[in-house]
Design a protein around this ligand. Structure first.
Ligand SMILES: N[C@@H](CCC(=O)N[C@@H](CS)C(=O)NCC(=O)O)C(=O)O
Length: 256
């Protein structure tokens, strides 16, 4: 009997990737919600699973897996259910191209903007001594820097400008790509859609100047296609914060 446990936060960015892959494949799993805003990911119980103190992580029959995109590939290869990688070599290349583009180049910029407008404001009113102690417990130095900047509102103007530039370019590129086929990597829904959707599902609300029904009709049609999948609805219902609660607002915007 397979035992799968997923340690995740909201269906958003990295956590949402294995959540959606497991749901699409129909793999039963124990969900272990890590409240990122309460720094659960740096507590000893979780560090025993993933010493880097980042989410998501998955265990499967004793094997510990980290890195959200690599976990999705494992889930797709290891379990029955619909294949989430296309069979054509060129399509597989395109799926992997887009996942690399998001994970390495575009995703960190979405993340910086999200941390400056959402994560920072959510935690910065807490007791400064408590926050300083929480930051001291973060194992990865680069995550310590990101938390400090988010809490103090210290992302520099030049790094924010670079993130905005990348987001603008990334949205334009995605709009162009989705003009060629119904899904990002091929004519079928794939891991590329799961990957990209987790960072772009709220674009009409978070980037109204860059995305919406007039500016990016291809992205809007794709968002609707993805949002109405059963696995997406069930995954988004697992969210506990306003991030996931925006489902209704976004659908209203897409259908308007
Ligand atoms: N490359 C890793 C990145 C994991 C990561 O940094 N996750 C973020 C959440 S999206 C995190 O754990 N942040 C918590 C923290 O920095 O304390 C992956 O794709 O799994």
């Amino acid at each position: 009997m397979d035992a799968v446990t997923l340690y995740h936060w909201e269906p958003n960015a990295n956590s949402g990737k294995p959540m959606l892959a497991l749901m699409e494949k129909g793999v039963p799993f124990s969900s272990h919600y890590i409240d990122m805003l309460q720094f659960d990911q740096h507590k000893p119980e979780y560090l025993a699973i993933n010493p880097q103190g980042t989410i998501p992580a998955m265990t499967h029959n004793g094997l510990v897996l980290t890195e959200s995109t690599a976990i999705m590939e494992y889930v797709n290869d290891r379990f029955d259910g619909p294949d989430l990688m296309p069979s054509d070599a060129r399509d597989r290349w395109r799926v992997r191209w887009w996942m690399k583009f998001m994970d390495q180049w575009l995703g960190p910029s979405f993340s910086m903007i999200g941390w400056s407008v959402f994560v920072g404001p959510m935690v910065r009113q807490r007791d400064p001594a408590e926050l300083a102690a929480a930051i001291e417990r973060i194992p990865l130095p680069e995550r310590r820097v990101a938390w400090r900047k988010a809490i103090n509102g210290d992302f520099s103007e030049s790094e924010m400008a670079e993130s905005r530039r990348r987001v603008g370019l990334g949205i334009a590129k995605l709009e162009e790509e989705l003009g060629k086929r119904p899904y990002v990597g091929s004519h079928e829904y794939s891991l590329a859609d799961i990957n990209i959707f987790n960072s772009t599902y709220s674009l009409p609300l978070s980037q109204p100047d860059l995305a919406g029904k007039d500016k990016t009709p291809n992205i809007m049609r794709w968002l609707k296609r993805v949002y109405t999948r059963d696995a997406v609805k069930r995954t988004w219902a697992m969210g506990k914060t306003d991030l996931a609660n925006r489902y209704g607002l976004i659908m209203a915007e897409i259908e308007a």
